[in-house]
Ligand binder design. Structure first.
Ligand code: FAD
Ligand code: DLZ
Ligand code: SF4
Length: 521
């Protein structure tokens, strides 16, 4: 009798439509799911991130068993746990003598490199299947990118609109424009608040995992008392239903707004579920389109939401594989400063940063503009070394996997790729944050003050950054004109800016080692 097929399912592949399950018969298949030490500690993930992944994995295993599949589930504390994917697959091969190991390609470079060695390691055939959960295959992206000097999301996005038919009116974009972003930059009006989104009480499975995580990863960043993520497909659907019923209408206009105490505003909060495999990205976009067709949300909101998914999400995934492995070491601006300690403690008198870090610690989440224009903008202007910023983002967000985190961090916020992804650095002074949020009202600094005591640190840091990178940025037609403003200031004013920035940077305390990676990591 030939052995069964062994189907390893990784922690972010939690869907029954996975390519490795397609066409399999239940009596001939053993599904392997493994909680492993290496994955939980290669960086010291936020406690909520580990809890979310382990709990969603355990719930998915239960769903599979209920549907009649055989699941070999290895828990972290099981005796003999080999601690790594390869080690656990080796144990399963020994135990089940499969004729074939059939696995869907890993989303991250690090794991895929390892996976490609499996065929040489195990005494059976190994097949690595394409991940069909993305709309754009890697070969399609590579072909699109092949002869382009600059890779711009906007053009890629139009291809995806044509490919999916979403918001298309024949071969024209619905409403006549591809992109309605100019309608999506409303500052928050006084008292802006969003309807409460569904929050999910930990059930017995999640409570067990919380106990495990507190016991084994107690020194990792983050609060666990506030865990309320969806951990099953049903819960994720409930979260999506609430978004489409109550929040998508205002999603567009207030996409860039930030309000103290309103941690997620009108954002969908669906990234964790999409990245885990609990929700299908294309289905979500089709639902969004239907909401528009039913007249329940405006085009700018629906187009904005769809662009985030079939545009940005697909694009950064293609970009990641197109640019790896060198993207992880890119540092075009030669940024060398250590990450400040306050990114971990939240102890800073800059109210905007303190609030975004508080939300990050409590929710393992911050919304896009907080990640980009507050936390990211600061890291860019202060010249923080990309590897340290990358580690931070990978650790602290429950939706963070390297394929999506790295392009956003290295290329979008830090311009470390020298402008392949973004046409200019997303650099901004305190003015932008003051316009788009109510943070500055409660801050010890003043966004209107440019230099010296009490000046918002973003102001001198902005000009310090611009001055420092003049040679490169002056040639950029989207940002180069700013230098005429700088030149008009004259030497004394320029010196005040530069001295203010240097004095601030000299006071920054770098983080102690050990927050992001284990001591020997
Ligand atoms: P919404 O605002 O409701 O957007 C809808 C969906 O669009 C998201 O769920 C997500 O799937 C997708 N999306 C939106 N923007 C992006 C983007 N730039 N890249 C990829 N997908 C996008 N997203 C992650 O999923 N994982 C990460 O590790 C991650 N790291 C980021 C780091 C930085 C520096 C920045 C600027 C952005 C990062 N993002 C990341 C993108 C974005 O911030 C999150 O997807 C979003 O905040 C998740 O919240 P939401 O589901 O409410 O998103
Ligand atoms: C992020 C993560 C963590 C913390 N732990 C596990 C785990 O123990 N088992 C598992 O299958 N997946 C885990 N993951 C998600 C993986 O890191 C993710 O599936 C791959 O890295 C994608 O390449
Ligand atoms: Fe942030 Fe500056 Fe506003 Fe303070 S004044 S909240 S540091 S932008």
């Amino acid at each position: 009798m030939p052995g069964p097929v062994l189907v390893p399912i990784l922690g972010d592949q939690l869907t029954r439509t996975l390519a490795s399950l397609r066409g399999r018969t239940k009596d001939d298949t053993i599904i392997l799911m493994m909680e492993v030490w290496d994955e939980a500690t290669y960086v010291k993930h936020h406690k909520q991130k580990i809890t979310l992944i382990f709990s969603a994995m355990r719930h998915f295993a239960e769903e599979l068993r209920d549907a009649g599949w055989t699941v070999d589930y290895v828990q972290l504390d099981d005796e003999g746990n080999a601690g790594s994917f390869a080690g656990e697959v080796a144990r399963a091969v020994e135990k089940h003598s499969p004729r074939l190991v059939s696995v869907v390609e890993a989303g991250e470079w690090r794991v895929r490199q390892d996976m490609e060695q499996w065929a040489d390691k195990f005494a059976c055939d190994v097949e690595i299947l394409r991940d069909g959960r993305f709309i754009c295959s890697q070969s399609e992206f590579d072909e699109w990118a092949a002869d382009r000097k600059e890779l711009r999301m906007e053009f890629f996005y139009r291809e995806m609109r044509r490919k999916t038919g979403l918001l298309m009116d024949g071969d024209k974009p619905e409403g006549g424009e591809w992109n309605y972003d100019s309608e999506n930059r409303k500052p928050p009006k006084d008292g802006l608040s969003a309807p409460e989104r569904p929050k999910f009480e930990p059930d017995a499975i999640t409570r067990d995992v919380i106990e495990l995580v507190e016991a084994r990863f107690g020194d990792h960043f983050g609060n666990l008392d506030t865990f309320e993520w969806p951990v099953t497909r049903e819960e994720a659907q409930e979260a999506a239903d609430a978004f489409f019923a109550e929040r998508i209408e205002c999603f567009g206009p207030y996409q860039d707004a930030m309000v103290v105490g309103e941690d997620d505003l009108f954002h969908s909060m669906l990234s964790t579920s999409i990245n885990l495999g609990l929700l299908d990205p294309l289905e979500l976009c089709q639902r969004a389109e239907q909401v528009y067709k039913d007249g329940k949300a405006p085009l700018n909101s629906v187009e904005g939401f769809i662009r985030q998914i079939i545009g940005w999400r697909e694009y950064v995934r293609g970009f990641y594989w197109h640019q790896m492995p060198h993207l992880q070491n890119a540092n075009a601006l030669n940024a060398q400063r250590g990450l400040p300690e306050f990114y971990w403690t939240g102890q800073t008198d800059m109210a905007c940063l303190a609030d975004c870090i508080r939300s990050t610690r409590d929710n393992a989440h911050a919304h896009h503009i907080q990640r980009l224009m507050v936390l990211g903008n600061f890291a860019l202007l202060a010249g923080i070394a990309p590897r340290e910023v990358q580690d931070w983002y990978l650790v602290v967000y429950a939706d963070a996997y390297e394929w999506v985190e790295l392009p956003n961090v290295a290329a979008m916020i830090l311009y470390a790729d020298g402008g392949k992804l973004a046409s200019k650095p997303y650099a901004a002074s305190g003015n932008y944050i003051n316009k788009m949020s109510n943070y500055c009202v409660g801050c010890t600094y003043s966004p209107g003050k440019k230099t010296g005591d009490g000046a918002c640190p973003f102001n001198p840091l902005y000009w310090h950054f611009m001055h420092h990178h003049r040679e490169r940025l002056e040639k950029n037609h989207r940002i180069g004109r700013i230098y005429s403003t700088w030149d008009r200031m004259g030497g004394d004013r320029q010196r005040e800016y530069l001295q203010s920035a240097r004095a601030f940077l000299d006071r920054l305390e770098p983080a102690a080692k050990g927050w992001a990676r284990p001591a020997d990591g």
